[in-house]
Design a protein. Sequence first.
Length: 82
Amino acid sequence: MKAVSRIILDPSVLAGKPVIRGTRISVDLVLELLASGWHESSILKEYPGLKRQDILACIRYAQEIVRSERVYSTTPHGKITG
């Protein structure tokens, strides 16, 4: 499965936010539901147009964004604390 084939960025849909192809359901909505504790089955029940592969594509999309992120330390000695 390629996330790219299921996730689109179209300026005419939700102002260009990444959405699941063929829907107006944004990647961030799916990720927010998962982060809030929703189970995959609950998301699929609430949004019957989605498929399991769409949820996985959202997770993959987020993973690819984070992987390509560059972090630069602005603290002395390169230590980053949370």
